[in-house]
Design a protein around this ligand. Sequence first.
Ligand code: PEP
Length: 244
Amino acid sequence: MKLVAGNWKMNGMRADGLALAAELVRRAREADGAEPVVCELLICPPATLLAMAHEALTGSGIALGGQDCHPAAKGAFTGDISAEMLADAGCRYVILGHSERRHGHGESNALIREKVAAARRAGLVPVLCVGETLAQRQAGEASAVVAAQLAGCLEDHDRVHELVVAYEPVWAIGTGLTPGLDDIRAMHAVIRSDLSPETRILYGGSVNPANAAAILGLPDVDGALVGGASLAADTFWAIARACG
Ligand code: PEP
């Protein structure tokens, strides 16, 4: 089943975060009988909203995820959050290696590899983000960059356990730009050739209700990681419906 994941990033206060989660739950319940949504839904709110979101989502079938974790289980790491804490808060997934962490926080493939191991240790499914910058694409290096990120962030055993990989070209995130469908298809085929058939490969980068059906209909596109359009129930729901 395809996976549509919402990355809320650093957005949401208790009131609007709860309202959004509650509205998604309402739609999921309503759709359950008449027009079932044919994908798995995941929301990844900021850490401050996880407990509240967990409560709101209970029994709805919508999964909860964190946006990052520290490699250690606990300790003197001010401001960080561990994979164990995310699991304790009700998370099933954790986004790792998002480009806003790679580029904004200087995260290396080696550090992300440790975080993937931490997610496994805590029983979470990693959602590993990979993707090239515009300069790398223009230099014809996109496939090599993504292959190196996969090699640098994953152990062999990660390929046989439940894993989600999100292909997110850095230049497409939050810009309204997307690669051509042929480019998405080609990159997903490259990623698939490195991973097991069970691994879900998501596309992320300016997915919206207008482009979702075409992207989600491509071979080896097993869902979407959605940023901006996940902050409103109407747009997130329209993307989820595009899976069908
Ligand atoms: C993201 O940040 O993971 C993302 C895909 O953002 P957007 O959909 O806003 O481009």
